[in-house]
Design a protein around this ligand. Structure first.
Ligand code: KG4
Ligand code: ZN
Length: 338
């Protein structure tokens, strides 16, 4: 089966093309980061307009890359949510229109499922069941993945997502958007033990997260500094990053032990953070657990991960109806806690 996957939930217009056994034939991402950087974050209306402009060229480039045409595509997969509604509508309606005109079935998939399953694009593929931590700009959640389509929520953020915390702290320090890569670069020159920022562990045994107190603590530290220097900024970045990755990695390992599970998966945009990959790797090794992570290019938003999620959803549940709507809150998280 050849599947074409489209992602447009936020500020990336992306298309992947995959042949059944997770063989990626095309992987094209048009990032809007340079456009939104001037505003310090994603401007939803600008993002939607940019998706309209880029979705045709992105899909055409992906088809060229794969050497295929629409005639070769068996199924299309598209992010139905969560994300920015205007942005999601561009991707979903694009796919619906092609489906109607060309008679190609489609599936609407959850963006979180895409991130979680992006690990299958790596050479070391995990076996079900596994514990997965998905940390991105919109979510930080821990799941117990039982199959390609069955994910039990173990914990989620009660306020800011991990990536959101990186972006907000970067803004406080005058660093450009998106903050995650900037903070990880700055951290290389800083001392992670120089400032003891608070870790929010929440109730005993809870796999939930909270990063807003940490963000406030960083803001207070910055306000007390008379003269910001490159050295002080690097120390703040390294200490803040350490506080985030400490909690994320500790809870992932605790969740694996709680579920008596041998394997841990790290995914989502924040999984591109080298210190998080390193610390979680060390903690998994000392706990005797195996860690699997997607390659860096599949950590942040992309169409290939939407192909993986769509492939399995189509095989197990069939195509989506033409009246499928987009959504801003993931049922993978909110159905479990509402
Ligand atoms: O998964 P993603 O591309 O989009 C969402 O679904 O949100 O994740 C984007 C988030 C941003 O908040 C960005 O700052 C963060 O991932 N991120 C990082 C790194 N690279 C991207 N956070 C920490 N360290 C990084 N190296
Ligand atoms: Zn994402």
């Amino acid at each position: 089966m050849i599947i074409l996957g489209i992602e447009s939930s936020c500020d990336e217009t992306a298309c992947g093309i995959m042949a059944d056994d997770q063989k990626i034939l095309a992987h094209v991402v048009d990032s809007q980061i340079d456009i939104h950087r001037a505003y310090g974050g994603v401007v939803p209306e600008i993002a939607s307009r940019r998706h309209i402009e880029t979705i045709f060229p992105v899909v055409n480039t992906a088809l060229d890359q794969s050497g295929l045409t629409l005639d070769d595509i068996d199924v299309m997969s598209v992010t139905a949510g969560p994300g920015l509604i205007g942005c999601l509508l561009i991707g979903l309606n694009f796919v619906k229109a092609i489906s109607l005109v060309r008679g190609i079935p489609f599936v609407g998939v959850d963006h979180m499922a895409g991130h979680l399953l992006s690990v299958f694009l790596s050479d070391t593929k995990p076996q079900f069941p596994f514990v997965a931590i998905v940390a991105s700009g919109g979510h930080s959640s821990i799941f117990y993945a039982k199959s390609y389509t069955d994910f039990e929520l173990l914990g989620r953020t009660r306020d800011d997502a991990a990536g959101e915390a990186f972006d907000k702290v970067a803004k406080l320090l005058g660093l450009p958007y998106p903050g995650g890569p900037e903070i990880s670069k700055e951290s290389l020159n800083g001392d992670p033990g120089s400032i003891k920022f608070p870790r929010s562990w929440l109730d005993k045994g809870s796999f939930d997260f909270s990063f807003s107190g940490l963000k406030t603590s960083v803001a207070n530290t910055i306000h007390k500094i008379d003269q910001m220097t490159a050295g002080k900024r690097a120390d703040i970045c390294a200490s803040f990053q350490e506080a985030v990755v400490d909690v994320l990695s500790a809870k992932a390992v605790q969740a694996a032990k709680f579920k008596d599970c041998q394997q841990v998966v790290l995914a989502g945009g924040v999984a591109a953070n080298p210190r998080l990959r390193d610390l979680l790797g060390k903690r998994c090794r000392s706990a005797g657990l195996d860690l699997a992570m997607p390659p860096l290019e599949y950590c942040t938003d992309n169409g290939a991960m939407i192909c993986v999620a769509g492939y399995h959803q189509f095989n197990q549940k069939g195509e989506s109806p033409l009246d499928l709507d987009v959504y801003s809150r993931s049922p993978m998280i909110y159905r479990a806690i509402d």
